[in-house]
Write a new protein. Sequence first.
Length: 464
Amino acid sequence: MQKTFIGPHLRRLRLERSETQGAMARTLGISASYVNLLENNERSVSVQVLLRLFEAYGVDWRDIADDDAAGQLADLRAAMQDPLYAEARPDLAQLRAALVHAPDLANAFLRLHRAHQAATDQLMALTEAEAPNLVATPEAAVHHVFRRNRNHFADLERAAEGFWPAPVPRDEVYTALKARLRDRVGVNVRLVNVADLPGTLRQYDEGSREILLSEALDHTNRIFQLTHMAGLLEQRALFDGLVERSGITDMRGMSRLRVELANYFAAAVLMPYDAFLAGAKASKYDLDHLATRFGVSFEQACHRATTLQRDGATGVPFFFLRVDKGGNVTKRFNATDFHLAEYGGACPRLDVHTSFRTPSKIVTQFVEMPDASQYFVFSRTVDRPTFERYGQDNRLAVALGCTIEHVGEIGYAEGFAVTKARTVPIGINCRICPRANCDQRAHQAAVLTQPVDERRRGATRFDG
């Protein structure tokens, strides 16, 4: 059985009620020493104690047992890789202690660090004519919600598992979705010409109760869009609850989160958890094979692979990155300690950028972060729908990465001698990367304070 640790939650509950450990122990019918062990996460809590907490304090045991410590610890470790802390970096034991004894302080530190990153990134991107806007973007806010949940939403998984009353053959899913939308929510689906829906792939007309799908969508993406809409229309209450609990109050962020939750739901319906996990393990994460088997796109299969974080049935923890031809990060999800760039582009040394040279071919790479953590990354291009001949080559690139310890589970790594494979040193982005002699550096890092040596010309103008 999965052990449940509630130390920070229990301590917060006790302090909110101005109780001593002895007083709480008497209320719960346990010893004060046991309360102390629980608060320090030295013992897991039993079901009986959780039920007593519910009865005595009127709290929902599911809330107090919600274990987000793993995600918070990963965020703290990632934040501490900032070179600002290079000379005084707390070790893992200290970070764990902070989460146990001062969880609010740890959360405040993370919010401050994120604000610092956002402000620094945006200030560095400003021109003289621009006015600063230091508010975190909706995309960044949504990323943090997914990060806190380890990129896995159990409520959405349960709803997806009950979506079909009976199994539907894969070649009949599109027809079944149209019938479901018509019969359950009174919404019809109509395929329209590109010219009738300019610049748009899918449009829901609430007045006429009609979903319009552009012919620019291939069959796979028509199915995904209809499943997405079925989630928005049928699971409104579930989405509302998740958005409310997210802590996002900005309307743009709330709307963005709702869209991403609907995407997650659609992926969970089309790629059922147990079947997809079994297929991923059996094929050693052959994403082309999985995409074909489940009738989805390569990118959708990659995204689904990052969500396999169910307690007791986990897949390989991946980070997911999507970039455009200009190097801009357009989508990111993360179930690892790898710290993805919050704003701007990814490290140019990542071969996700060079995958544009070999469209539709898998590009593999071993990389090392400044903290010496190593990852295996594989990338491939994906094509977007084309509306007209002038819009051809609308291409993006996606990358999946995992820690080196999981490389034996990934088929794309077969044939590499891991101990002899060339490992490429990379960073988060140039702004905070401490690698002064990198030949791909785009600008001087804020953390590198040494002046340029005017007597020497290095690999770049910043390495003098």
